[in-house]
Design a protein around this ligand. Structure first.
Ligand code: HDE
Length: 742
């Protein structure tokens, strides 16, 4: 083969490894990559099996301190991680390059199957603290001693979207809690809505198939506004109560921190004598309920698809730990028998007016994960994980889930030993004779791997404990084997109506808007019409709004399996607006600054924000920040077009006359104010900033929630006003779709 001219032989000139700048090698220090380890100086690498590796591993010095030596998985120190092993400088890569092979092999296997539902999630650690003993009704250890803390891990999720989808999809949110109790893990795998779409688990694959992307085209992603979903819903009347919740702002929460959580099903609590009390579990956020509006959600998805996960990460890392109360609704057979609906039917809730919620504990999230994959992705929740003292009811949805979750974990995590992964391992002693299998990490010692055995107390291994051990409620069940739906499950509309009439006018409007939006994306008119025919059984005014919004002739009402009850009283607890916060704490103010902005105003605003326990971010024409009237420069978090007002709970515009002139010509600045206005936010406006509202064409519409910041003394009043979070009368006044009677 002809030899290449030296001038073309790049390898003759190129160094063995790229210069640090080419590989983003700030952590490499002054040394060349051939000599230095590539482990960043600040990385704390801990492998589940190898803390000794990080602690006891070889280290050497580079600029910036001691770092661990890079090794293969086998622990062999690596000399060069930049170049594969070649024959000659430009020759083929050699099969012998076991380091390359191992690195690539591992990379090729990095992904595990995402969850079939709830794929996109975010989690944090914390604790559950008992504040009121439940020892009167349950023998569960976790409910005995007031003040005792139990470690917790909580994963929030959307349902329909894939792992890489955006956070603000209109979707139900998962609220899955793992409590590492002294009697094993208790997984309360709930949602942010207290009811479900279907009554029997056998319908779950159909429901999920219908909402997920269609099999031929693989879209739409992470949304329910399409034919397949509404086709299924329109043929499944039992879903209509949940549909009301889904079309409400519950499915576009402001934050994981501002959502309720619900166990949904009726469970049982059992005392030491085996006596059963029915229970429904509630998580109530101390932060108050809060949602965004749909137009805002759509824009947040573009501006920050990670809006919810970033919010949780930031809140916890800044020490603002989110907290929920654990509430229980306790009831007995007599109540269950007298209730209008079947307590085993997961499409029904029990209004708090009928069975009050007793608060028995608090859940605090105070630590983010060290590693997303190891913890958030690998955590395996299973509804069947309950400690002695908690038991299941015969809810057919719950019964089906108890089968499904174990199955799905094997598929996802690939081994029956998924409980050996630290995030899934109980934090109480474990002893059993289950053994071997892929990736077995906790292996029994000694001879006995069966029982009964006669190897004595020291060698024979663990034994059952009929007293401490889990005992099922001794329920008597009989009847013919059959596929039926109980007659007591036949009411489909009464509670849908009750939910609707429990909402404030603005919430009712949003439900109507959401139905019109979703159905306007449905292409088949007969499906739209079929949905409206069900809505007629829920609320006539709502059905009319939706039919009008779609330009649809009003269809006949769907035939109801059971005549709906139309006088169930409104329940205030079902409204978001009636259960909002009473402060701006934990909320975020966006402050748009320009050069020359009044420094005294800015400082007064920060003081008010701080005093409230809220946070702020600065938006400016340049990311380097703005130089205020007193000459101080404030760094910006966002450049104006990267920090739209949808990212904030309220906004303030503090600009100089010159800044206002500049921003009045800028489309992003005009969007900033028109969006804040359209989303009913509280807006603080410095005198000079008014010009931007003139340019945006909304100066004449400004209302009492648009507060002029004339002097520094006005700042506290603005933050106080912003405690209301949104000024809903604005939407009812100006929105074309505003309900006439509101
Ligand atoms: Fe789930 N559900 N589900 N689900 N679910 C899963 O388990 C299932 C239902 C819920 O953050 C899967 O690990 C069936 C109701 C949450 O890891 C799977 C039925 C409620 C999460 C599964 C339901 C939920 C899941 C998929 C009908 C609220 C995420 C991945 C009977 C009370 C947990 C996985 C996490 C996840 C099955 C209905 C909540 C396939 C068969 C009702 C929060 O096992």
């Amino acid at each position: 083969m002809a030899k290449k001219p030296a001038s073309l032989d790049k390898s003759a000139k190129s160094p063995k490894a790229p210069a640090p700048a080419d590989i983003g090698g700030a952590d490499i220090g002054a040394e060349s990559p051939q000599k230095a380890s590539r482990v960043p100086a600040n990385a704390e690498i801990t492998f589940a099996y190898g803390e000794a590796q990080a602690d006891g591993g070889e280290t050497h010095q580079v600029a910036g301190g001691d770092v661990a030596t890079l090794t293969t998985q086998q622990g062999m120190p690596v000399a060069d991680d930049q170049n594969s092993l070649k024959q000659g400088t430009r020759g083929p890569t050699l099969l012998e390059d076991f380091h390359f092979r191992e690195k690539m092999f591992h990379f090729d296997h990095e992904r595990i199957p995402e969850r079939v539902v709830h794929a996109r999630g975010y989690a944090a650690h914390g604790f559950f603290e008992l504040t009121d003993s439940l020892s009167d009704v349950s023998r569960a250890d976790v409910f005995q001693r007031v003040g005792e803390r139990t470690p917790a891990f909580v994963r929030f999720s959307t349902v329909a979207g894939n792992k890489g989808s955006f956070d603000l999809a209109r979707d139900v949110r998962g609220f899955a809690v793992k409590l590492y109790t002294q009697e094993g893990n208790w997984d309360l795998v709930g949602n942010n809505i207290p009811v479900f779409f279907i009554q029997d688990a056998i319908k779950f694959p159909d429901l999920v198939h219908s909402v997920k992307p269609a099999p031929d085209r693989e879209f739409p992603q992470a949304q329910s506004a399409h034919d397949n979903f509404w086709d299924f819903i329109s043929l499944t009347p039992e879903s209509f109560h949940m549909v009301m919740w889904q079309m409400s702002d519950r499915t576009i929460p402001r934050s994981f921190r501002t959502m309720e959580g619900f166990g949904v099903h009726t469970f049982r609590l059992l005392d030491a004598a085996g006596k059963s009390t029915f229970v429904k579990f509630h998580w109530k956020p101390k932060q108050g309920l809060q949602s965004v509006v749909w137009n805002e959600a759509v824009k947040i998805n573009g501006a920050d698809p990670d809006f919810h996960r970033r919010d949780l990460w930031d809140a916890i890392n800044s020490g603002d730990f989110p907290e929920w109360e654990l509430g229980v609704q306790l009831f007995d057979d007599a109540f269950a028998d007298s209730f209008d609906f079947d307590v085993l039917d997961a499409t029904k809730l029990i209004p708090e007016e009928l069975v009050p919620v007793r608060v028995v504990g608090r859940l605090v999230l105070d630590r983010v994960v060290d590693n997303f994959f190891a913890e958030t992705e690998q955590v395996a929740f299973c509804t069947q994980n309950v400690p002695p003292g908690i038991d299941f009811s015969n809810d057919p949805l719950l019964q089906g889930r108890n089968f499904s979750y174990l199955d799905t974990q094997i598929k996802r995590l690939g081994s029956p030993n998924f409980t050996h992964i630290p995030i899934n391992a109980p934090k109480c002693p474990m002893a059993h004779f289950q053994q071997d299998g892929h990736m077995a990490m906790h292996n029994p010692k000694g001879r006995a791997n069966y029982e009964p055995n006669s190897w004595g107390p020291t060698q024979g291994g663990p034994r059952e404990d009929p007293v401490r051990g889990f005992t099922s409620f001794a329920e008597v069940a009989e009847g013919p084997k059959q596929r039926v739906r109980s007659e007591t499950f036949a009411d489909h509309y009464s509670q849908a109506r009750q939910f609707f009439v429990s909402q404030t006018p603005i919430e009712q409007k949003h439900i109507g808007d959401a139905l019109v939006f979703e159905l306007s994306k449905v292409e088949r008119p007969d499906i739209r019409s079929r949905v409206v025919s069900h809505l007629r059984n829920v609320d006539t005014a709502l059905a009319t709004t939706v039919a009008d919004g779609l330009g649809l002739a009003m269809p006949d009402a769907a035939v109801a399996a059971r005549e709906p009850i139309t006088d169930l009283p409104a329940s205030d607890k079902l409204s978001i607006v009636k259960n909002g916060p009473d402060s701006f704490k934990g909320r975020k103010l966006g402050i748009l600054l320009s050069d020359g902005a009044d420094a005294a105003l800015f400082k007064a605003l920060l003081k008010a924000v701080d005093g409230e326990g809220a946070v702020y971010e600065v938006i400016a024409p340049k990311i380097a920040g703005a130089t205020l009237s007193d000459g101080t420069t404030v760094a910006a978090k966002h450049k104006i077009d990267g920090g739209p007002s949808v990212l904030f709970d309220a906004v303030a515009l503090l600009v100089s006359a010159e800044g206002a002139k500049l921003l009045s010509r800028d489309a992003a600045a005009k969007d900033f104010v028109t969006d804040a206005f359209a989303h009913c936010k509280y807006i603080a406006i410095s005198a000079e900033a008014q010009a931007i509202f003139v340019a945006a064409g909304i100066a004449d519409d400004l209302d009492e929630a648009c507060l002029l910041l004339a002097t520094a003394a006005d700042a506290p009043a603005f933050i106080e006003a912003a405690r209301a979070l949104r000024f809903w009368p604005r939407e009812l006044a100006v929105d074309l779709d505003a309900h006439p009677q509101t």
